[in-house]
Design a protein around this ligand. Structure first.
Ligand SMILES: [Zn+2]
Length: 78
């Protein structure tokens, strides 16, 4: 077993999600819960390319809100 299920391309973590078996690139941080928000790809190659593109265009992590925290937030508002 090689430990290649997590690495970074520039600032962007690329990792394999064990549950879904998909490759993900972390692109954002949830500003409600601090969770990592990732984009999932079917193959490592696609994920790697996406991370490379993000790095090439000097993108940074965006502050966003993940679905889970958003639902909690909505409930808190009721
Ligand atoms: Zn969250």
């Amino acid at each position: 077993m090689s430990d290649q299920s997590y690495y970074e391309v520039g600032d962007f973590p690329v990792f394999c999600d064990e549950e879904s078996g998909k490759w993900c690139v972390q692109t954002a941080i949830c500003r409600l819960g601090g969770c990592a928000i990732s984009k999932a790809f079917d193959t490592e190659e696609e994920a790697h390319m996406h991370a490379t593109e993000l790095g090439a265009t000097n993108q940074e992590f965006v502050m966003s809100v993940c679905e889970e925290c958003y639902q909690e937030y909505l409930q808190d508002c009721r």
